[in-house]
Design a protein. Structure first.
Length: 233
């Protein structure tokens, strides 16, 4: 490399790979069978390649790469798992054993706004992927990182197969019902449902039937594709 020539990504690939592997212990989602640490390495290397122009080449490469690796692993963990757990898991008021230092009842429940939002938009999906009522097992799940991370991966895998099995319109409705902050009325409107029944919201029966369809389909997928991963237990 001549003096004044820009340093190229390809010339430092060994340094970059070593920096990534040095933080291998930060990746604790080994139960995700279709996304292992080799995939993590590729994602991070691609990210560094795209951001290479942002490195101030007058400064050492090591600290810059190390910061990116840390942030990328944290983001990948969050995207695969953290988006689905109930907010109590990382709340400062979590007193353990489903107890809460914030709510009047001292229980982790809908008296808390964040819990209420989670219960309305994500609890059903969370219970769907673990195939057991979370009320009975949430504390154990929330305090064991080895178990936590598997549940997030189960949702990703379930959604992958649901997208294959459902029509495009039905998949959007499924996602609206279990993952987005959408009401049943929103889903009925999206599907174009109407009703002639008095004192019934438009699409009441149709949305109810949709939920049954999605539950049946999800149950079949879970059984057929071994969605619930128990290898580490």
């Amino acid at each position: 490399m001549t003096k004044g020539e820009d340093k190229k990504f390809e010339d430092y690939i060994d340094v970059i790979e070593a920096a990534i592997r040095k933080q291998r212990s930060r990746w604790r989602l080994d139960c995700i069978t279709w996304f292992d640490f080799e995939d993590v390495e590729q994602v991070i290397k691609l990210h560094i390649y795209k951001k290479w122009h942002m490195w101030d080449q007058k400064r050492p490469l090591g600290p810059w790469v190390s910061t990116i690796v840390t942030n990328q692993i944290r983001n990948l963990v969050r995207n695969h798992y953290g988006n689905y757990i109930k907010p109590c898991a990382n709340c400062k008021y979590n007193m353990g054993d489903d107890s809460c230092g914030f709510t009047p009842s001292r229980l982790q429940n809908s008296e808390c706004g964040k819990y209420r939002d989670w219960e309305r938009t994500k609890k059903a999906a969370f219970e769907l992927k673990v195939a057991v009522p979370s009320d009975n097992h949430m504390y154990e799940m929330g305090t064991d990182p080895e178990k936590d991370v598997c549940f997030g991966s189960c949702v990703d895998k379930l959604n992958y197969y649901m997208k294959i099995e459902l029509s495009e319109t039905h998949y959007v409705a499924y996602h609206m019902l279990f993952f987005d902050k959408s009401s049943e009325e929103d889903v009925a409107k999206f599907m174009g449902y109407k009703t002639n029944e008095k004192k019934r919201k438009a699409g009441y029966r149709q949305v109810k039937n949709l939920k049954k369809l999605f539950l049946q389909k999800a149950t079949e997928i879970i059984k057929e594709h071994d969605i619930i991963i128990n290898d580490i237990f």
